[in-house]
Design a protein around this ligand. Structure first.
Ligand code: ADP
Length: 264
């Protein structure tokens, strides 16, 4: 049995993540699963699993798109705050955080003491999110886990001119029909996503280093191309997809301290 003291759950649009932290605030346990349509039932099942990991009563903070449906949570907190908390705790410095998830992307300016100074969010257009690459990978029949590596393995690159996921799909079909190398198309698709992210970074302002969180950060081409496009150093935490849930668990832990202080 692990020594988990508090839990954070991030109910994302594509993946549900749960993290347990120990008394020192270290990420001690985690579990993630694709999001199911019946959010409340899914969360209930995941929480039963989490509770079996520890004999302690554990405070729970919920974040993410579906946080409003986590009735078991002591508190619900925005992803902006939770990602900033998680990343600051792990990396120990401020900078500009880029969080790219399945259906939205965010740029968060984090101050030297970990506070959120400003942010920008795109949840209106799939083209700046993981959905764009996922859709494209499916269309090209390349596994999602491989698209970054494949893109980095070539120097050839086509310009994808469509600014919309649906139109980009037609463009991919046409490029394949004209025998353009799949690697060059994939690289062009990554470039298109990165350019959208860089435009968001410019609205918030770039304070080096750039930091990455969210599931899409696991794609190695993202960090590399962000560095190419901005000339800034890009740093990653060990588990980028868990940073929201980790930040939530840290907030739950903070509450646990307050509760203990009140009780003593
Ligand atoms: P959300 O919080 O919106 O559910 P996440 O931050 O959990 O999003 O990220 C989920 C997305 O990350 C998936 O939709 C997928 O596009 C992307 N992703 C997950 N794992 C990988 C991987 N190994 N390589 C590339 N992309 C990935």
């Amino acid at each position: 049995m692990t020594s988990i003291k508090a839990l954070g759950i991030d109910v994302g649009s594509t993946t549900v993540k749960i993290v347990g932290v120990d008394a020192a605030g270290n990420l001690a346990w985690h579990f993630l699963e694709p999001a199911e349509p019946r959010v409340e039932d899914h969360v209930e099942r995941i929480l039963v699993q989490a509770k079996s990991q520890s004999s302690n009563e554990m405070p729970l903070v919920a974040t993410g798109y579906g946080r409003g449906l986590v009735h078991q949570a002591t508190r619900k907190v925005t992803e902006i705050t939770c990602h900033a908390r998680g990343i600051y705790r792990e990396l120990g410095h401020g900078g500009t955080l880029v969080d790219i998830g399945g259906q939205d992307s965010k740029v968060i300016a984090i101050g030297p003491k970990g506070d959120v100074i400003d942010f920008a969010m795109n949840d209106k257009c799939a083209a700046g999110t993981g959905r764009f690459l996922e859709h494209s990978a499916q269309r090209m029949r390349v596994p999602l886990n491989d698209i970054g590596r494949v893109s980095l393995g070539t120097t050839e690159e086509v310009v994808i001119s469509s600014t919309c996921t649906v139109f980009a799909e037609s463009e991919i079909i046409s490029l394949i029909a004209h025998n353009v190398a799949p690697e060059a198309i994939l690289r062009g698709l990554h470039r298109s996503l990165i350019k959208r992210i860089v435009a968001m970074i410019r609205t918030v302002g770039l304070v080096s280093p750039l930091m990455l969180s969210g599931g899409v950060a696991q794609n190695p081409a993202i960090a590399r191309m962000l560095e190419e496009e901005t000339d800034a150093k890009v740093v990653l935490p060990q588990h980028p997809q868990l940073m929201g849930a980790y930040g939530a668990a840290l907030m739950a832990m903070g509450m646990a301290h307050i509760e203990m202080a009140r009780a003593s």
